[in-house]
Ligand binder design. Structure first.
Ligand code: NDP
Length: 242
């Protein structure tokens, strides 16, 4: 019997796969049978370790740069699955936000998605199959003080993905969003304790998520079990954003 949400025989690219949520996604997709390319920007050692663990390949590229994103997609080969997980934060109140913090977050989190999707769409359209999952955030749905740049990028991902789903749907290519809530990774461990406490109080399931919680949802959306789901935003947040 084929296991639920099998990805056997499929090739997947996960950006930002060297650690945190991206690492868990890469591991989960490989566990489901996919051959996985682990994209990373600077953490070569960590990315190579993940790739070795899952029998995949690590490829370096800064997805905020179009030429690097194109090369990454090209080196990954004929993609069945593209997961855009790479992301950064540069938090601060709007009144004191330097231009660099705005553009770095928009260029990486939203520009990266644009670059890789544009590069991967051609092949997927030709093969009339493919699944794209873009990682947004509950912050892109509800906003968060001190994160205007991050919220703009993550909300942008939602509009972008819904438009993409409409553009590619009639050729069998799906595009969905996973929007995590508070997940314990390096990205969140530096947040102030009072903010963490507030998030916890507002999370009905009463705990922070793990990267594996997000990875399961991504695997499902990539699989044939989700073959009639496109343009969807799946919150994986313990109820925080409902
Ligand atoms: P981490 O900071 O742990 O990992 C981020 C990953 O993105 C790293 O692998 C990093 O690569 C990669 N990356 C960053 N910039 C670039 C770039 N320009 N080009 C290519 N790769 C890049 O983050 P998380 O695992 O916590 O987050 C993963 C995603 O989930 C992000 O999009 C984040 O916004 C989103 N998210 C996270 C939440 C959380 O609570 N943690 C909540 C909601 C959403 P390298 O290390 O090699 O530089």
């Amino acid at each position: 019997m084929t296991p639920f949400a099998s990805l056997a025989g499929k090739t997947a690219l996960v950006t930002g796969g060297s650690r945190g949520i991206g690492r868990a996604i890469a591991v989960e997709l490989a566990r489901s049978g996919a051959s996985v390319v682990v994209g990373y920007r600077s953490g070569a050692e960590a990315a190579e370790t993940v790739a070795a663990e899952i029998g995949g390949r690590a490829v370096q590229a800064d997805v905020s740069k179009d030429d690097e994103a194109r090369r990454l997609v090209e080196e990954a080969g004929d993609l069945d699955v593209l997961v855009n997980n790479a992301g950064i934060t540069r938090d601060g109140l709007l009144m004191r936000m330097p231009d660099d913090d705005w553009s770095a977050v928009l260029d990486t989190n939203l520009g990266g998605v644009f670059h890789t999707c544009r590069a991967a769409a051609r092949g997927m359209l030709k093969r009339r199959a493919g699944s794209i999952v873009n990682v947004s955030s509950v912050v892109g749905v509800h906003g968060n003080p001190g994160q205007t740049n991050y919220a703009a990028a993550k909300a942008g991902i939602i509009g972008f993905t819904k438009s993409l789903a409409r553009e590619l749907g009639n050729r069998g290519v799906r595009a969905n969003v996973v929007a995590p809530g508070y997940i314990s990774t390096r990205l969140t461990e530096e947040l102030p304790d009072d903010l963490k406490e507030l998030m916890l109080q507002n999370t009905p399931l009463g705990r922070f998520g793990s990267p594996e919680d997000v990875a399961g949802a991504v695997r499902f959306l990539c699989s044939d079990e989700a073959s009639f789901i496109t343009g969807e935003v799946l919150l994986v947040d313990g109820g925080l954003g409902m």
